[in-house]
Design a protein around this ligand. Structure first.
Ligand code: GDD
Ligand code: MG
Length: 346
């Protein structure tokens, strides 16, 4: 059984971070999320991966290659135009085993696959959708089930009054390859709006199973930040690099922390970071590897990726900065989401 990771979307709601980067390559605790997913699934016994790519595929291919470094194999299914979530699966058909797993690669999760697989084997249907429960289901695919877990209705992003429940599609499926015959080739097809409703109408055996453990879609800026605060608060068990040098202060290798610097937990500082004297970092900040922070900088509730440079006396709160951003001195920024030079990322 292999796993197909859907990683080709445009990541529109996370722009400009995703302007030239596939959303699943966004850093979570200083590591591309896609790498976390692959490591997590490998621990659960998945050895062979297929990644469905379209938007800046080279960023994924250059990072992972054939997967050798991670002790796995990776094949890439490239779309010539965006094929949608079902079209991407159809496009990867030749690489898929008779039973396979599909994962929306922008879902930050720590899911145990075993209960899902066991349930799938027991009901003998064609699809098992991992489900989770949320307060506001309007941004997700919402399901209605019978007592045996069979899905009777699947409604993508309904209005609140039309949502049949608060149980939503967690973006993880176990599928039998034969259902791919329901997906027309060579055009854009949404699994949520077209394929699942069709399979349900045809009584093709679509089931849902509530999964446990941390789950969050990283697709908006608010949720992207929230995931980080959850990591720092240890609401989930995602690995945090570096050494915990005080409660809630994680410090990478080879950092140069100037005199009078205050690190207010929780805070994560990457490797080779320089922080100038009297700067105050935290609470809730994640500083990428090789960042250089000047003197008298204040930085709270902010995430910056590798190689950012923040000059003296700049104040940041609630910001997200992509790779290589340079910020002048004495700026005051609140809720800025930026890439290098405030425009595009190389
Ligand atoms: N290869 C490829 N091609 N990948 C795609 C395409 C495509 O045309 N379109 C989307 N994807 C990938 C995205 O990169 C992402 O990893 C995943 O498919 C889901 O797409 P999103 O755009 O993030 O969808 P969503 O978050 O609005 O909704 C989906 O996820 C929810 C769970 O977070 C749906 O599956 C919902 O039903 C679900 O509840
Ligand atoms: Mg999403």
């Amino acid at each position: 059984m292999n796993a197909l990771l859907l990683a080709g979307g445009l990541g529109t709601r996370l722009k400009p971070l995703t302007e030239t980067l596939p959303k699943p390559m966004a850093l979570i605790a200083n590591r591309p999320w896609l790498e976390h997913v692959i490591v997590h699934l490998k621990k659960q016994g998945i050895q062979n991966f297929v990644i469905a790519v379209k938007h800046h595929p080279e960023k994924i291919q250059n990072h992972f290659g054939n997967g050798e470094k991670w002790g796995i194999t990776i094949q890439y299914a490239m779309e010539d135009s965006l094929k949608g979530t079902a079209g991407a699966i159809k496009n990867a058909e030749r690489y898929l085993d008779d039973r396979f797993i599909v994962v929306n690669a922008d879902i930050v999760h720590e899911i145990d696959l075993n209960p899902l697989l066991e349930f799938h084997r027991k009901h003998g249907g064609n699809v098992t959708i991992g489900l989770t429960e949320v307060d506001d289901p309007t941004q997700y695919g919402v399901v209605q089930q019978d007592g045996a877990g069979r899905i009777l209705r699947f409604v993508e992003k309904p209005r609140l009054e039309e949502a049949p429940s608060r149980r939503i599609n967690a973006g993880i499926y176990v599928m039998e390859k034969k259902v791919l015959s329901f997906i027309p080739p060579d055009r854009e097809v949404s699994i949520e709006r077209e394929t699942f409703p069709l399979l349900i109408t045809r009584n093709a055996g679509v089931y849902g199973k509530v999964i446990s453990g941390y789950w969050m879609d990283m697709g908006t800026k608010d949720r992207y930040r929230r995931i980080h605060w959850d990591v720092l608060n240890r609401v989930n068990n995602l690995p945090i690099p570096g050494k915990e040098s005080g409660k809630g202060i994680w410090l990478g290798k080879n950092c140069d922390i100037g005199p009078g610097v205050l690190l207010i937990p929780p805070v994560l500082i990457g490797d080779n970071v320089v922080i100038g004297e009297r700067s105050i970092i935290g609470p809730f900040s994640v500083i990428g590897n090789d960042c250089v922070i000047g003197r008298n900088v204040r930085c709270s509730e902010t995430i910056m990726w590798d190689r950012c440079k923040i000059n003296d006396a700049t104040h940041l709160s609630n910001c997200i900065f992509g790779y290589d951003l340079e910020m002048g001195s004495k700026h005051i920024l609140h809720e800025a989401v930026m890439n290098r030079m405030g425009v595009l990322q190389a």
